[in-house]
Write a protein that binds this ligand. Structure first.
Ligand code: GSH
Length: 235
């Protein structure tokens, strides 16, 4: 029987199935990347809900695994050399799970780096910039009198959507024919920008027809539909 008691996070979120990958998350655009990846690969896992309304992400137990106080984070009880592996940062987790499962990342070196490149593009560009659009358009930043920060992030979001749209021209997915971790990293954020942030018109989403086409194919995948709702939010 696997013993995860050395990880303080398991005191607050006990593992019912310690032999499965433990996922600590909430269905946000960064959180669902990992639940979608786990659903797509079929790796057994146990989800745990980290609630922001009760500041779970600031508790010592959560910080012991994710010192940047952000979801998602995982513990793989059966990591490299058979030892438990704790991981935070969604991009690192996606790449780890792709390697572990041998799925959703090209197996040749050049293809592998191409996938990593687009995961990095999402992590360093799309996620942070779209997140700022949300802050300045929908949340507290909406009240700021000075609209220059808002306009700056909208401009950046449009520019990034243009880069993605050109990459998707004539392709089914970011890497071409093969669906990959790059799509799983990216499309939850595009969906969120249009849906939850209600910024579709603001960024002129209709001008990016390749992006909307691939987004529709992404959300139609059964594993995506499932992963988008894991862990379940309290009703
Ligand atoms: N670069 C991180 C970002 C994660 C992130 O921003 N998570 C947000 C939810 S989408 C969070 O946990 N926020 C809680 C907080 O800031 O207190 C990743 O991709 O894992």
């Amino acid at each position: 029987m696997t013993d995860l008691s050395a990880f303080p996070i398991t005191k607050k979120w006990p593992a019912e199935h310690p032999d499965r990958i433990q996922l600590y998350s909430l269905p946000t655009p960064n959180g669902v990347k990992v639940s979608i990846m786990l659903e797509e690969t079929g790796l057994p896992y146990e989800p745990h809900l980290v609630r922001f309304d009760t500041n779970d992400q600031m508790t010592p137990e959560f910080l012991s695994l994710s010192p940047n106080n952000k979801i998602p984070a995982i513990i793989d009880p059966n990591g490299p050399d058979g030892k438990p592996l704790p991981l935070f940062e969604s991009g690192a987790i996606l790449l780890y799970l792709a390697d572990k499962s041998g799925q959703l990342i090209p197996q040749n070196a050049a293809g592998r780096y191409e996938a990593i490149q687009w995961v990095m593009f999402q992590m360093g560009g799309i996620g942070p910039m779209f997140g700022q659009v949300g802050f300045f358009h929908k949340f507290a930043g909406k009240e700021y009198e000075d609209k220059r920060p808002r306009d700056r992030y909208i401009g950046e979001a449009k520019r990034l959507l243009g880069v993605l749209d050109r990459q998707l021209e004539g392709r089914d997915w970011i890497l071409g024919d093969a669906y990959s971790v790059a799509d799983i990293a990216t499309f939850p954020w595009v969906r969120n920008l249009i849906g939850f942030y209600e910024a579709g018109d603001l960024v002129g989403i209709q001008d990016f027809s390749n992006v909307t086409r691939v987004l529709a194919a992404f959300v139609a995948r059964p594993a995506v539909a499932k992963g988008l709702d894991i862990p379940k939010r309290p009703s």
